[in-house]
Ligand binder design. Structure first.
Ligand code: SIN
Length: 300
């Protein structure tokens, strides 16, 4: 077991840090894993450069942070590794090897699950480069900062409000890369629409986080259609303000972990016909959204 001396390089943004001094292809001891977990909670997005990981390594590192879930789109999982979800535009033998334009709208992974996913770890296997410039960046926006920056009257208005998240509607949106396979009835039944608090208390830090996203939130519950639209348009614009964002420029061998409550993300699809291959694990959430523990009862 490796006991690593970690060093931290904070990004020039309100979230994001590079963690140096650890080779994740070797098992790390509990103290190192605990420190990585702490840094993840502190910085919301952390990444490690120059990692040479097998799928087994990727799963092992992820499982030190929590149990790994299997994505509802099992057709996009790496053969033999149901816990590894492939995000890629590569087609082999006439068949896409993974989800082609996953994540190209602001969203949070697992936000439609009763236990919303804690976080995700994306590993860059192949990144597109054009004229020496790496394309296919991913943007991350801090939902703790976005909430904190809301005007007090908006915080009061949102307190105790719920919204509806729909994986089925979000999945069915028109895609930049053309049609994608329809969800089967069995897949749909695993992700029924879910009522979620608009402002969610972070399960570990207790910080209030804005939890609605353009990808999957369809309406605010208990208000008129026009009020719901007005609020969602405002919030979807608000979370994309540049001061909340860290934009990650990928290098092959990067392993990056984001927190799905404290952040949302959006992948930039600027590289076709160049090829990109990323592999993702997703950590299961620790508590059911229905138990109320995540709701902020009043403006914080
Ligand atoms: C995702 O949303 O899981 C993928 C993000 C990316 O491909 O950059």
């Amino acid at each position: 077991m490796l006991s690593a001396r970690l060093s931290v390089r904070k990004m020039d943004a309100v979230l994001g840090a590079e963690i140096q001094g650890v080779d994740l292809s070797k098992p790390v001891d509990d103290a190192t894993a605990t420190e990585i977990d702490r840094l993840w909670l502190e910085h919301e997005v952390i990444f490690f450069r120059q990692q040479n990981l097998t799928p087994e390594d990727h799963i092992r590192v992820s499982e030190q942070l929590g149990p790994v879930e299997v994505h509802v789109r099992t057709d996009c999982c790496r053969p033999g590794y149901p816990k590894v979800f492939i995000v890629s535009n590569i087609v082999e033998n006439g068949k896409p090897i993974g989800a082609g334009d996953a994540g190209t709208i602001w969203h949070s992974d697992g936000c439609c699950y009763d236990k919303p996913s804690r976080g995700s770890l994306l590993y860059a296997r192949q990144v597109p480069v054009k004229d020496g410039v790496t394309l296919g960046d991913t943007m991350f926006s801090s939902m703790t900062q976005a909430y904190a920056a809301l005007p007090p009257e908006m915080k009061r208005r949102l307190a105790g409000m719920n919204a509806l998240n729909s994986y089925v509607k979000g999945y069915s949106r028109p895609r930049k890369t053309g049609p994608i396979p329809a969800l089967t009835e069995a897949q749909k039944s695993k992700v029924p629409d879910l009522e979620i608090p608009v402002v969610r208390k972070h399960p570990f830090t207790g910080k209030p986080c804005l939890f609605v996203n353009e990808g999957y939130t369809t309406r605010i519950v208990g208000v008129s259609d026009s009020e719901s639209r007005e609020l969602l348009d405002y919030l979807f614009r608000h979370v994309t303000r540049p001061e909340f964002i860290y934009r990650h420029n990928w290098r092959e061998g990067d392993l990056l972990a984001w927190d799905n409550c404290a952040t949302q993300h959006c992948a930039i699809m600027d590289y076709a016909p160049l090829l990109r291959r990323m592999e993702r694990t997703t950590i299961t959430g620790s508590a059911s959204i229905k138990d109320g523990a995540y709701a902020m009862s009043r403006a914080a």
